[in-house]
Design a protein. Sequence first.
Lengths: 548, 235
Amino acid sequence: MASAAIPANQSPKTNYLTNGYSLKSWLLTTDHKRIAILYLISITLFFFLGGFFAMLIRLELLTPQGDLMHADTYNKVFTMHGIIMVFFFLIPVVPAVLGNFLVPLMIGAKDLAFPRINLLSWYLYIIAGVLFLHCMLVGGVDTGWTFYPPFSTSASNTNVIEAGLAVFIAGFSSIFTGLNFIVTIHRMRAPGLTWNRLPLFIWANYATSVIMILGTPVVAITIILVAAERTLHLGIFDPKLGGDPLLFQHLFWFYSHPAVYIMILPSMGVISELIACFARKRIFGYNFVALSSIALAVFGFLVWAHHMFVSGMSLYAAMVFSFLSFSVGVPSAVKVFNWTATLYRGSISYATPMLYAFGFIGLFTIGGLTGLFLATLGIDVHVTDTYFVVAHFHYVMVGGVLMGFLGGMHFWWPKISGRMYPEAWAKLSALFVFVGFNLTFFPQFILGYVGMPRRYWQYPHEFQVLNVLSTAGASVLAVGYLLPMIYFLWSLRYGPIAEANPWNAAGLEWKAASPPTTFNFDETPVVTWEAYNYDEIDAKPQEVPVGR
Amino acid sequence: MADSHATAVDTAVASPQLRHHFADMEQQKNAASLGMWLFLVTEIMFFGGMFCAYLVYRTKYFNAFAAGSQQLSIGMGAFNTAVLLISSLTVVLAVRAAQDGKRKQLVSYLVITVLLGLTFLGVKGVEYREKFEKHHVPGPTFQFTDTFDDNGKKIPVDAQHAQLFFSIYFVMTGMHALHMIIGCGLFTVLTVFAWKGHYSPGYYTPIENAGLYWHLVDIIWIYLFPLLYLISRHS
């Protein structure tokens, strides 16, 4: 980096954004904050690409006939929507953007433990992304994001191998992020920052990283086996050759169920930060919220077979997995109850991040409770592969993750950009997102319950009203997602300059400048207080933060 | 850079290998070491998927697996096991030499390790070639005739299930061999750096971490050998 070019006496003006303007200073940066920005840009592009496919799906389903595209095209469209949204958006979005930016800041470190591996993980993401875009342009893939054999190994004549390879490489990107976080959180905390003083966002990212490390390699080898089966005609999953497709499903869901927790846990961490700040209270039951993240990571690994209740399992195995799936409700409920308990007698203010936090609690509760329906064997058999399932996982993965991500983006935008976003527009877009989301996905619960299967491009006439509602909701939702992108970009230039701590929030990241300098802190901070010490902060509001 | 001031002071007294974001060499070493151990965990999970597939099909089609196993050469497998065990020893000796700051010893142990790794790969290549000749490679050309156990009793075997054994054999040993190739490349690079004198008793983390990787690849083979070569051969 161009350190020589900047005289030392200008140092207060130099931050991580102004430290070098060349393309090289961005593409070869090892600064965790710049890498977070690189991720933000690339992940946003993939989000809108995935959203484009979502709109195609909703447009096709506006009418009962298959009039917009052929069945084959529709198969490809929902597959690309799924793969892009799961592997290129939901899994990396909060850890790679907010986590990358905040983990070192929150623990008082200068950078992640392995800055070059951090950069490598972004490049792997880009390579995977480009590979997938190529796969898409030369005809796409139609297996569904789950790559189930034997269709994926012998029947499908689309680019399964290339898509699989893209997912494989994206997986390594996520493994490296997780590895980096775990080492950083273990080894680089500021003096005095004990585990019990860590922000809950850190606990959540730690739990996520554990899942990334333990789960991702399994899906990696599974995808390799699918590719080997397609090219070399091995018979590991193909029943024609003596293999067992159920083995694939077990291996796939062993990762892909915990992957849901990779997505939702960091968002839960964001929500804990938001609730504490805008209720001006220490989070209720800090230890329980922290450990519930770890519990979710552990339980998350023990429930995968509830995706397979109808694909051929012994009744006893199904009962055990059903019971274990219910038990995931406990740590999830611990979080929701403790957030609401934190609100009790808090001095609540309704800034945009808090609106998203409320949205999260509402949507996650609906998503979580309908998960209990699906853990129940009898009901699951009835609604398997219907829109009920689609609505359920969108409530958790989109309602949950995106609410957390957008809430976090608004909360930390002053830190990231040094500018404030326009509050009125932000509140409007939060409203659009909440209303649009519910309008899109609540009708799908009903559709699924009365029997509309997923992954079909046509449906009987009696389902049309609810489908029209859903498509209308998707349009509102799209506006809600486009607005923040526009006003965030606008605020980069025209937004009011942000102070170091505009929310008067706890947390080390607010003691750094806005935007932070390249090495975050002039002096390594020494922590002598508990997390979320809002009663102390509000008792002496004039206190000037340490690092300007 | 904004606070090059503070870091310049920190690094001035410390070793040149200390990177800016660490407080001292010990923190850096601990971080690198923890990172490596976590990476090894991901490797175990990676191979774990294949061991799981092995377990399922060995239980389902035990006869076919036993018959397939009979076709593997115990001699070459055992020889390779010995080669890998010795190479693990030379890796340990290399780490020791690095700790003691003995550059020439370090270089020679690293070179021996690479040579042993290449020997393993060579023997593996001979074994693979044999499989091609006997049509034991899965695919349209696969052939498998009835086999007999050591007492001359015929083992009824479904050729498809035997093919499954060889599928798993090739996937597992192939992945293992890929890790060996990466390891050999890694140690070659380390040899060059060691020759140039990059390592000292105060800084030898790369040698130690590459050694951990090598041991893991070694341990995986220690499991692969009995699981693939020695099924039902205890009589």
